[in-house]
Design a protein around this ligand. Sequence first.
Ligand SMILES: [Zn+2]
Ligand SMILES: [Zn+2]
Ligand SMILES: [Zn+2]
Length: 162
Amino acid sequence: MSEDPGPNPFVKHNHRQCRTSGLREAQDFCTIRGLRLTPVRARVLEILLESHSALGAYDILDRLKADGLGGQPPVVYRALDFLVEHGFVHRLERLNAFAACAHPATEHEAMFLICSDCNQVAETSLAPIAADIDRAALALGFGVESRVVEVVGRCPACQVAA
Ligand SMILES: [Zn+2]
Ligand SMILES: [Zn+2]
Ligand SMILES: [Zn+2]
């Protein structure tokens, strides 16, 4: 299975394409699996697809309120639960925030590169290091259930600005 890594979100790219393909992949996936991408779910995904920045639930809530689409936290949390469960959105524990997935239609484990200055997030495949993680865990007798790697640093633009 070849995995298109997509454009580098840290450099200027045709982001319109990220947005449209992210939404289209989610719509196709839902159609095939008989899942309901309700207007609120679709809008939350769209908000996250607008940039490669991680957003907190309350940032998303503010945007939904501005759209006139439900103003209660449970509405956002339920939509996020759905989007995370089906792999359209990733939850970033470190930031307690959410980022749209770069390639939602494929089963994958991700490594996230998080800019500590601007909260931009890039997603890259964990596949090359998954075996190393398992080996290190196994050495301690630990049974791995899920692997999420969050790497913190500075994106190219913030390195220049610093
Ligand atoms: Zn983009
Ligand atoms: Zn992903
Ligand atoms: Zn940055």
